[in-house]
Design a protein around this ligand. Structure first.
Ligand SMILES: C[S@@+](CC[C@H](N)C(=O)[O-])C[C@H]1O[C@@H](n2cnc3c(N)ncnc32)[C@H](O)[C@@H]1O
Length: 279
């Protein structure tokens, strides 16, 4: 069991300095879930939307394109500054789940694309996300599910196959891992008071040069990057050789690989009086 505060502390240092590498690399994967996420939250023209864990802003960008009024927050300064620079129409500020600097019932829709899996205490984070949602408004969140999320699991498998040790500085498990399946993910929403809870699997493939993907994940993500970067040169070379072996079956003509990606999308409604509006 990972202590929530230790996990949060690891996440704070883990993301530092990674925003531009994330924007060039991993955000090309997460962007695929944005349309379904906004649909599930009922985001339309005029909606007051909160984008939590905005990163460099893929959700904020599409919500603005739909005509929504967007507030975006992230725990990492470089991440929210990137969103603020790219999307000056949005209100962007620093905030870290499980505490949001908003009053109760402020937003028509609350969305988080691959952020709940980075929180130290997911049930507490869910209650906070529901708190700031207006009664009748919708919350939608995505997360990865393993091992079917091959584009990421090949890194964990490569570490294991190489016999590389898990460094003490990196939490052994994410607190969210207990919720990363349909039933438990839905249960998080219902426990936080949501109704009309649904969970869907989203599937796509990430086509990328495998050398580039290795660099994208090492430079622009958190846990896998920390585990791999801490290895001495000989073990690092073994992890890379195992990675090459594991991605080889996904090769397509021209040298790229097409890596299967699977995410879960969960959504629910905050019960209570529904005022008229775009939701
Ligand atoms: C995988 S990225 C997702 C970024 C973006 N939503 C996207 O779709 O690409 C996770 C983001 O959540 C942020 N984050 C991690 N823990 C957080 C927390 N407790 N509260 C707010 N943001 C957090 C990180 O700084 C990072 O920008």
């Amino acid at each position: 069991v990972t202590d929530p505060e230790l996990f949060d502390a690891f996440e704070r240092t883990g993301w530092r300095g990674r925003a531009s590498a994330y924007e060039r690399g991993f955000a090309r994967v997460t962007v695929h879930a944005v349309g379904p996420l906004l649909d599930a939250a009922g985001v339309a023209g005029g909606s007051a939307v909160l984008d939590v864990g905005c990163g460099p802003g893929p959700v904020t960008g599409l919500a603005l394109a739909r005509g929504a009024r967007v507030t975006a927050v992230d725990a990492d300064q470089e991440m929210f500054e990137t969103t603020a620079r790219r999307f000056p129409e949005a209100t962007v500020l620093a905030a870290r789940l499980p505490a949001l600097p908003f009053g109760d019932d402020e937003f028509d829709a609350v969305v988080g694309n691959f952020v709940i899996n980075h929180t130290g205490d997911p049930p507490v984070a869910l209650r906070e996300l529901v708190r700031v949602l207006r009664p009748g408004g919708r919350l939608a969140l995505t997360c990865w599910t393993y091992p079917s999320m091959r584009a990421m699991d090949v890194f964990r498998e490569a570490v294991e196959a190489a016999g590389a040790p898990h460094p003490r500085s990196v939490p052994a498990t994410a607190p969210f891992s207990a919720f990363a399946e349909r039933g438990p993910f839905a249960g998080l929403f219902t426990s936080a008071g949501c109704t009309e809870v649904m969970v869907d699997a989203l599937r796509w493939t990430h086509r990328v040069d495998p050398e580039r993907w290795w660099r994208d994940v090492l430079a622009g993500t958190c846990v896998n990057a920390a585990v791999i970067a801490s290895q001495p040169p000989d073990l690092l070379a073994r992890v890379k050789a195992e990675y090459d072996r594991l991605v080889a079956p996904y090769a397509v003509p021209g040298g790229d690989v097409e890596l299967p990606v699977v995410a879960l999308l969960a959504a629910g409604r905050k019960p209570g009086h529904q005022r008229s509006g775009p939701n």
